[in-house]
Design a protein around this ligand. Sequence first.
Ligand SMILES: Cc1cc2nc3c(=O)[nH]c(=O)nc-3n(C[C@H](O)[C@H](O)[C@H](O)COP(=O)(O)OP(=O)(O)OC[C@H]3O[C@@H](n4cnc5c(N)ncnc54)[C@H](O)[C@@H]3O)c2cc1C
Length: 460
Amino acid sequence: MSFSGSVYKTLQKISGKSNVTRKKEELLCYSYDATGNSFLPEVIIFPGSENEVSQILNLASKQNFIVVPRGAGSGMTGGAVPVNGGLVMVTSRMNKILEINENNFIAKVQPGVIVADLHKKVEEKNLFYPPDPASSSICTIGGNIAECAGGPRAVKYGVTRDYVLGLKAVLPSGKIIQTGVKTAKGVAGYDLTRLIVGSEGTLAIVTEITLKLLAKPAAIKTLAVFFDSMQKAARTVSGIMRETVIPRCVEYLDKASIDLVKDYISFDLPDNIKALLIIELDGYKTQVEKDALDIQKLCFSYNALEVLIAEDKTQSQELWNARKALSPALYKIANNKINEDIVVPVDKIPDMVQITKEIQKTYGLKVVSFGHAGDGNIHCNIMYNKADESEVKKANKAVDKLFQATLDLGGTITGEHGVGITKMKYLPKEIGATQIELMRGIKKVFDPLNILNPGKIFIS
Ligand SMILES: Cc1cc2nc3c(=O)[nH]c(=O)nc-3n(C[C@H](O)[C@H](O)[C@H](O)COP(=O)(O)OP(=O)(O)OC[C@H]3O[C@@H](n4cnc5c(N)ncnc54)[C@H](O)[C@@H]3O)c2cc1C
C-alpha cells in the first residue's frame, strides 16, 4: 500500500508534523541495521506515547500498511530492516525511565531508553540491572526485549528475559495489553511476557517494561588470562564452569581478535599469545579477592601463560574497552563479515574451536572468534570481500558448515541476536516443521493481517 495524502496527514496528526517524514535522506538513515542489509521504508514516524503507538497501529490495520518497530538499529540479524517497505516506527522519543523503586527492586521504563543510561541511573541508587550487551551504549531496552539480549554477564546473571516482570504492549490491531504480575509469583494463564520477549518485534510493539533489579555488588575484580593455545583457553573455560565460584563474565578472544584490539591495552602482553580470557568476579570484597586468587591458581593449572588481576578500575576498563571495540574493528580485516552467535554446551567449546579452524582452512577465509565463552556463546565472524563473488559463495558455505556443526554438538544457531532475516533459512534445521507451524499459528493470532514486521523469522 502506498501512503496516500490522507494516510500521511493522519500520521502527522497523531504524532505531530515534525515527527513524521518521508524525505529520501531520512528514509536512507532508517533503512539498515548493523548487518548492513538495507531496504528503503516509505515513511518514518517517531511516536511520543503509547497512545500514539496504538493509534498508528489501529490506522495500519485499517489501511493495511506495514509497521516495523525500531530501537537503535544495532541489531545483528536485520530485525529492524523494512524488507517489505512500509512505515518504520522509531522509539527514540519514548526514552523515559518512569520509576526506579528502591524498596521493591523494580524499574519501569519506556522502550527507547538506552541500556547504558539505565545501568547508570540504577547504579546511582546502589541497584543493578545485569544484562549488558556489548552494544549497551547505543542499543535500546525495547530492542533488548525484542531480541532477548544477553551479553558478558549472562554467564552468572542470565539474559534479558530473566529480568522482565511485565510489559505493556500494543497489538497490531492497536489494542493495548498489560502482561505479567506485580507479585513474586503468578501463573494466571499463558506467560505472554515470555512470549513477547524475544519475538523480534513481530507480535506486538512494547511500550513499557517493568524490570527486576538486584542489589549492586559491593566489589568487582577483573582478570586477564593469556594462553599460547586456543584449546588450552577453551579447556580452562569448561574447567572454571565446573567450580563453585561462578564468574559474572568469562569472555574469550582468539589471536586474530587480540591483534585487532591490543592497542587498547597499556600493559605488556606475553609473547606467543594465541588466546585471552577476560574473567570478572563480583560479590563481597573479601570473597571476591579470595575468589580471584583461586581462579588465578586454577588458570595456571590449565597452563595459562600469565594471569593478570586488574589493579584498579582503569586497568579493568581497558580490557573491556578492548573487548567492546572488537566488533567494529573487524572491518580492518575485510570489508564484510558474517557474524554468527552460536552457542554450544560449555564442554564442547574445544570441539568448536577445532571446527572453526577447519572451516578457515577449507574455505580460505579468515574466521575471527570471540564472545561469551562462559555460557558457550561464541561470536564467529566469517570475514570476506563482498565485491568478490567467489568469496561471498565461500562465506555462505562456511556458515552452512558452522551451523550444521553447532547443531551436531547439541547447540543453537543463535544465543542472543535472534533469527531476523539472516538466519531464516536455518531455523527449520534447528526446531523442525511442527514447531515452525505452531509459531506461525501464534503469529497469526497476534497479527492476522501480517502487518507487523513481516518477512522476519519465517521464510514466507
Ligand atoms: C557492536 C555490537 C555489539 C553487540 N553486542 C551484543 C551483545 O553482547 N549481546 C547481545 O545480545 N546483542 C548484541 N548486539 C546486538 C544488538 O545490539 C542487540 O540485538 C540489541 O538488543 C538491539 O537493540 P536496538 O535498540 O538496536 O534494536 P533494533 O536493532 O532497532 O531492533 C532489533 C529488533 O527489535 C525490534 N524492536 C525494537 N524496538 C521494539 C519495541 N519497542 N517493541 C517491539 N519490537 C521492537 C525490531 O523490530 C527488531 O526486530 C551487538 C550489536 C553491535 C552492533
